[in-house]
Design a protein around this ligand. Structure first.
Ligand code: CTP
Length: 403
């Protein structure tokens, strides 16, 4: 599969079966939602004894399907499976593995799996004796032979006092294995550094000068790069969004903290993507205690000094073969003038690629979607994209991968 074929927003079915590890399925659902996918939970009746339907519905943002005889007119016993891009069964009990291997269709999950041609990923969770039982092992082998991906189980503490193989694998490992089956692994072996968010410059212990960047686009790039097999480091400046725990994150606040982290991390990464909105100025003096208005009068004068230009500096000191990508968030409404600003900026900064996006009171910041043009160092437009920040992230990575 080429990167261009990668489904952008996946329809993921998470099958939850009746084991104590069902509570961890909530984390799996959450991870897929955070990564921008549409998640439908299919739970067995026993799974719902371990984890509540409202929890799964709130986290997945969709109704949980568990009853074969509910909504029969929608023919959902086949519809859910037909629409799925990916089916992840986690936790999978010994009983559910046996039923899936045997092709049973006495519940919604069994029907969904039989009616689907999507990759199936199974994360077993059970006691060691049950896992090692020849019946379970034969069922697992049968599923493997049919192309089902088995993730785990891990070795560790089980529900009781015992420990051994049988513990469900970590949520992040299951999600990564699942996404790996449908995503082109074109960035394996690449180390990618992404900065996201907006820096804040303190005025006093309670106030700062900042910007409206939420970090969504940068986090989407980090998530997409990790899904395509890259080893990703995210330098996060005051994010408004969560980032998955599978990604290594370095938190920073100010531009100088960001500059220091980038300078260190750039030494060990093949690609640096500067998606962070960086404060160009900082207060010359930071007050030790809260600035009081009575001491200031009607006008408060602030003296700001220039911050270092991080992108320019890493581009100047780039390692051989290292790819440097910058962003230009601009309010210019005219497309021709916007492109001219981008061309001037890439020349001034010296990056290999520049992502130009328009921002404004209602555009760019804190929104789910984005529109970008990408230019190379000669000023030629090499790519354009509009859509969710995850799909835009994948388009940017297509250009990175091509280089
Ligand atoms: N950037 C940086 N260090 C700065 C300012 C910006 O590394 N001190 C990076 C941003 O992360 C982004 C790119 O440079 O990738 C362009 O940022 P932008 O704010 O658009 O550029 P400025 O240098 O501020 O240029 P101008 O003032 O002309 O808009």
């Amino acid at each position: 599969m080429s990167a261009g074929d990668t489904p952008r927003r996946l329809n993921v079915v998470v099958g939850v079966t009746g084991g104590i590890a069902a509570y961890k399925a909530v984390g799996i659902v959450r991870a897929f939602v955070l990564a921008g996918h549409d998640v439908h939970v299919v739970a067995t009746e026993n799974a719902l004894r371990f984890v509540g339907r409202p929890t799964l519905e709130a986290i997945s943002r969709n109704l949980v399907q568990s009853d074969l005889y509910e909504g029969v007119a929608e023919v959902k016993h086949v519809a859910i499976g037909q629409a799925a891009d990916l089916i992840v069964v986690a936790p999978a009990t010994a009983n559910s593995i046996a039923k899936i291997a045997g092709g049973f269709a006495d519940d919604v999950l069994g029907n969904t799996i039989l009616a689907s041609s999507a990759p199936v990923i199974i994360a077993p969770a059970m006691h060691t004796e049950m896992w090692q039982n020849p019946a379970t092992q034969a069922n697992v082998q049968l599923l493997r032979d049919r192309g089902v991906v088995i993730v785990g189980p891990a070795v560790g503490q089980l529900t009781g006092a015992d420990s051994g193989p049988g513990r469900m694998s970590d949520v992040d490992d299951i999600v990564a294995a699942a996404l790996g089956t449908v995503t082109a692994q074109d960035l394996v072996g690449r180390r990618i550094l992404v900065t996201a968010g907006g820096t804040r410059e303190p005025l006093d212990p309670v106030r700062f000068i900042g910007n409206r960047s939420s970090g969504r686009q940068g986090v989407a790039i980090a998530i997409a790069a990790a899904a395509r097999g890259a080893e990703v480091t995210l330098i996060a400046a005051n994010l408004e969004v969560e980032s998955p725990s599978s990604i290594r994150v370095i938190s920073v606040g100010t531009t100088s903290e960001l500059a220091e982290a980038v300078a260190t991390e750039a030494q060990t990464h093949d690609v640096v993507i500067m998606a962070a909105a960086v404060a160009d100025y900082r207060p010359e003096h930071v007050a030790e205690s809260k600035i009081k208005k009575d001491a200031q009068g009607d006008v408060l004068d602030l003296r700001l000094v220039r911050n270092p230009d991080i992108l320019k500096s890493i581009a100047e000191h780039r390692l051989p073969g290292q790819l440097i990508v910058g962003f230009a968030a601009e309010t210019e409404p005219d497309d021709v003038k916007l492109l001219a600003i981008g061309r001037e900026k890439i020349t001034r900064k010296g990056s290999d690629l520049l992502i130009i996006n328009r921002v404004g009171w209602t555009e760019g910041f804190a929104t789910q979607n984005n529109t970008i043009s990408v230019i190379d160092s000669s000023g030629t437009i090499v790519g354009e994209a509009t859509g969710t920040k995850l799909s835009v992230a994948n388009r940017i990575l297509d250009l990175v991968s091509a280089r």
